[in-house]
Design a protein around this ligand. Structure first.
Ligand code: OGA
Ligand code: ZN
Ligand code: ZN
Length: 360
């Protein structure tokens, strides 16, 4: 028997016949409003040549349309949203990264699909990976981005130079310490991936840090429900300006999906703008902001390491915060970076998995 609790409209909207979907692209050929209002399963019988366990053929009332469904398709579990905490391995501290850093060499990454998949899956699940031995040449962070997706151009260019500038428009381009933050929270949409490629790092200091913002947000939800609610429930303005740019975007510090799962974290003390909200709401926000900052800035939560020439860090800018310690002003330190997006990376993961499932 066809399960009786299957909603008729859902079942019909998943018909794969050539009238409903273009056979070449698999895309739907109708609008939901084209389906009969009084749609119902007219008859359902086991698919030809097998027991009902293999599927059903449904003839619909009132229009007599015929659809076929396999039992395997009907029983498939929900596809989880790859962006929420449920699809992640949270790490609350460096010590909880049991298998060490997700890293490989650039040559292994290029030569071996399985190795490339392992690194990109690490970005999806842990929030980052580290590629070693990426050539110490101009433009390589973009080359890395192009192996799994597309570079996102911004007012900083297709790539940006992280080094001490004469007239910096961002504290990143000085020698001061940069505390844990996500990049460009003043952009809408925010870049979901960031790459940093180290060309030189001879300066005293200039060590890197990463913090799992999802793990910290989950800890806040455990320890201080009110603070968590104030942060998920308050849109805050972020802003950036220089001579030729004036950007602003509104977002909560912790964004959740409709089921309450953590989906995005934005945190940047340098570019938080001015909230203009009723006093009680403002106070609740600031209490939450302080509580969240305490967690995020706790050194125990930070993974620290030093990037050396050829190292390229790829990380999820909607989840991980990154930081660097101050470095001696005269010292040589130069990183190049670019932005890219998670949708492209997740697409590459899916295609590599497809290939892995069907080796040629
Ligand atoms: C940045 C940044 C970190 C570093 O450029 O966004 O945070 O290691 N840089 O210099
Ligand atoms: Zn159909
Ligand atoms: Zn940054």
């Amino acid at each position: 028997m066809l399960p009786t609790d299957v909603p008729a409209l859902w079942l019909r909207d998943n018909c794969t016949c050539a009238d409903c979907r273009d056979p070449l692209t698999g895309q739907k050929l109708y609008q939901i409003t084209d389906l009969p209002e009084q749609l119902a399963v007219g008859t359902a019988r086991p698919l030809e040549g097998g027991a009902s366990a293999n599927g059903w053929e449904v003839v619909w009332a009132p229009d007599g349309h015929v659809s076929r469904y396999t039992a395997q398709w009907l029983e498939r579990a929900a596809d989880p949203d790859p962006r929420t905490e449920d699809a992640k391995d949270l790490w609350g501290s460096a010590a909880s990264l049991a298998d060490g850093l997700p890293e490989t060499t650039w040559s292994a990454y290029l030569a071996d699909d399985a190795e490339r998949l392992r690194m990109l899956e690490a970005v999806a699940r842990l929030g980052f990976c580290l590629l070693r031995g990426v050539p110490v040449r101009d433009g390589q962070s973009q080359q890395v981005a192009r192996t799994f997706g597309f570079v996102r151009e911004t007012n900083y260019g297709t790539q940006f130079e992280v080094r001490v500038e004469e007239r910096p428009n961002n504290l990143a381009f000085t020698n001061v310490a940069i505390t844990p933050h996500t990049d460009n929270p003043y952009r809408d949409p925010v870049p979901t991936l960031q790459l940093l490629h180290c060309l030189v790092n001879d300066a005293e200091g200039g060590d890197s840090g990463l913090v799992d913002g999802f793990a910290a947000a989950a800890a806040l939800r455990e320890s201080d429900v009110e603070a968590f609610a104030a942060l998920t429930g308050t849109q805050v303005p972020f802003a950036f300006r220089d001579d030729v740019t004036e950007l602003s975007a509104h977002s909560p510090l912790i964004a959740t999906d409709p089921a309450g799962r953590i989906r995005e974290v934005r945190f940047n003390n340098r570019s938080l703008g001015t909230l203009r909200l009723p006093a009680a709401q403002t106070e609740a926000f600031y209490a939450g902001y302080r509580a969240f900052a305490r967690l995020l800035l706790d050194p125990e939560r930070q993974l620290t390491f030093k990037l050396g020439p050829g190292d390229c860090l790829v990380f999820d800018n909607t989840r991980l915060l990154h930081a660097r310690t101050a470095f001696a002003r005269g010292g040589a330190r130069h990183l190049q970076g670019c932005y890219a997006d998670l949708d492209g990376l997740l697409s590459t993961v899916a295609v590599l998995r497809r290939k892995e499932a069907q080796p040629c």
